[in-house]
Every structure is written in C-alpha cells, then in structure tokens.
Design a protein around this ligand. Structure first.
Ligand code: FES
Length: 151
C-alpha cells in the first residue's frame, strides 16, 4: 500500500467512500426491495454513517454486534443522529443530547418523538437498506437535554 492509499484509509471520514476502493454499488434494489447504500467497511464496530436512501437521510449504526438504521434527523430540531455519540444501542444527538434507541428509533428523552426505523442488512460486503419499519414523528421542538435553555 502506498502512502496515498494509507492516508486515504486512515483519514477517510466515517460513512464516506473514497470511490477508488469502493467500486460501483448495485443501482437497482435487490429481490427484497433493499437498496445498496455503501460498503460494510464504511462502518466499524461502535460507529455510524449517514446515507441517502430514496431521498431520505438514513443513519446506520453498528452497535453491539448488530446493524441498525434510523432516520438521521433528530426529532428535536433535526440534528444529525448519524454524527451522534453511540453508547451500547443508544445514540445521543450531537446538538442537544436527546437520546434514541438505534434498534427501534424510540426516543428515550421524549417517548412521543420516535424517529423512523428501517430494515437493514449486509450481503457480499455491501450495506443494504430496506423498507421503513416504523414511521417517525414529524413533530419538532421542545426542551434541550443538555442543561442549556431552549430560549
Ligand atoms: S436537535 Fe437533537 S437534541 Fe436538539
């Protein structure tokens, strides 16, 4: 491996592809309706990535041995959950610390504010996102959970 390849692998942001080592992903859905969104190597254990799926931003998490997919937009003020901090199967939004269960999209901070969850699988080194399993709330707003005032 040359220096350039080493640097690409070392410093490539999570959830991004260099293009050079990714190759072309299938562009059509598979027989079960799953769409290819990226390579398995793009999400290491305990990490996440964000992908566009049919016009929606979906956050994928490799948590506690499983792969999970939820809507990327936080139900508080649309913060990027795919950039949140993951602890076990729970992600904390990077904006104001609302917490979500990545297995289901359930919101721990406000149980009425779940985000969408999606079927997800890996096959042949590819990440695939399928149908929406749960609709997410359209509601937004509410108190911060980081000790700062919402006003
Ligand atoms: S936008 Fe996620 S906690 Fe505020």
């Amino acid at each position: 491996m040359g220096v350039r390849d080493f640097l690409k692998r070392r410093f490539l942001p999570e959830g991004r592809s260099s293009g050079a080592d990714a190759g072309a992903l299938p562009t059509e859905p598979d027989a079960d309706g799953f769409r290819a969104v990226g390579r398995s190597t793009q999400i290491r254990p305990g990490r996440s990535g964000t992908f566009q799926v049919g016009g929606e931003a979906v956050a994928l998490f490799r948590a506690e041995g499983g792969l999970y997919a939820i809507g990327n937009a936080c139900a508080h003020e649309d913060g990027p959950l795919g950039e949140g901090s993951l602890s076990g199967c729970f992600v904390t939004c990077p904006y104001h610390d609302w917490r979500f269960d990545v297995r289901t999209g359930a919101c721990i901070t406000d149980p009425s504010r779940a985000v969408a969850s999606y079927a997800v699988k890996e096959a042949d080194g590819i990440l695939w996102v399928g149908k929406k399993l749960r609709e997410g709330t359209e509601d937004r707003g509410g108190e911060h959970n980081d000790g700062l005032s919402a006003r």
